[in-house]
Design a binder for this molecule. Structure first.
Ligand code: CDV
Length: 317
């Protein structure tokens, strides 16, 4: 890819539990072709793209939803997407549920380059929701039950000459994620998401679900001088509304492109990797201004705790 290229985010409208992967993949291919027609070189698809957002359903056995997991990637159902991308010479990001040959379940995403090779893999680290059965609720959020915490860390990968970092959904709300990726010189952070309007234990005004989503993308982009592109599932899935707003944020912290609806829709932005440079040379010149010797608490402490002791040299009694 050149220093300037067109990036697309392909939002996927609600997928019902009975919909087949073949039908979903046909929708993805149609959007990939729209993106190609607009000149895109890379397309971002959502988290758990291939099926309905199954962590809303309880199962007594962890394996009770294994029909929603992929045992290999690519596979017969997803091949048309790989083939279409290869024939057009575009790369893509895809999220899916992964069941490994030794029985581990992860919420996973991959990066595929323009030659159809999988060049990057990420397993979701910030798993939201709960593991217990809140059976009074129609839609639960059981990611903590069905997935293990990812074991691959936050990697940055070369895709056709551009450094891509990736994460998944809830990760986008955590500043540590973007900083981990930007310290490895990521140029673009891509992510997929599923954000139900109602999440057990998460009280927010409905409109805040959209504004906190966009705020997270813009803040991550600005504070790390990276481009951030996010594609969601949206619309109604089995009676549960999923927030849309698939968007691209620039290193200036602006949302420069965003879908307008909550169905299948592609949004585009002209990415200029050189646009990050003035930010990287000035206010966010990490090498010049970061002070890791004062950030120890970030890795020592997980939850909120007591204030740190004030050094004696402050002269306070
Ligand atoms: N799939 C997600 O990770 N969703 C979370 C919330 C809504 C549970 C999110 O941060 O969007």
């Amino acid at each position: 890819m050149d220093r300037k290229f067109i990036l697309a985010v392909a939002q996927v409208g609600g997928i019902q539990p009975q919909e087949s992967r073949h039908d979903v993949v046909a929708r993805l291919v149609a959007m990939l072709e729209q993106a190609v027609a607009a000149g895109a070189k890379f397309v971002v698809f959502p988290e758990l793209t291939l099926t309905t957002f199954f962590p809303r359903y309880w199962s007594d056995k962890i394996s009770g939803h294994d029909q929603y997991f992929e045992r290999e990637m690519p596979n017969e159902a997803v091949n048309p997407l790989f083939k279409a991308a290869l024939s057009h010479g575009v790369g893509f990001y895809l999220g899916y549920a992964e069941l490994t040959s030794d029985g581990h379940r992860y919420n996973t995403s991959i990066l595929v380059d323009s030659t159809g090779r999988i060049v990057g893999k990420y397993r979701k680290i910030h798993l939201p929701g709960h593991a217990d059965n809140l059976k009074e609720l129609k839609a639960q959020h059981l990611e903590k039950r069905y997935f293990e915490v990812g074991d691959l860390g936050f990697g940055v990968f070369d895709v056709d000459g551009v450094r891509f970092g990736m994460c998944l959904c809830n990760d986008r709300r955590w500043p540590e994620v973007y900083r981990m990726l930007s310290l490895q010189s990521a140029d673009v952070v891509v992510l997929g998401y599923n954000t139900p309007l109602d999440v057990p234990g998460w009280q927010e005004e409905p409109h805040m679900k959209m504004s906190t989503h966009l705020l997270s993308l813009a803040a991550g982009a600005y504070q790390n001088a990276v481009w951030v592109a996010a594609a969601g599932k949206s619309g109604t899935e089995d009676g549960t509304y999923m927030v849309g707003g698939s968007a691209i944020a620039s290193p200036a912290g602006e949302i420069v492109s965003k879908v307008i609806g909550d169905g299948d829709e592609v949004a585009f932005a002209q990415i200029d990797l050189d646009y990050s440079e003035p930010f990287r040379q000035s206010v966010f010149n990490f090498a010049a201004h970061r002070r890791p010797e004062h950030y120890g608490l970030l890795v020592e402490r997980v939850g909120r705790g007591e204030p740190l002791p004030i050094p004696k040299s402050a002269g306070l009694t």
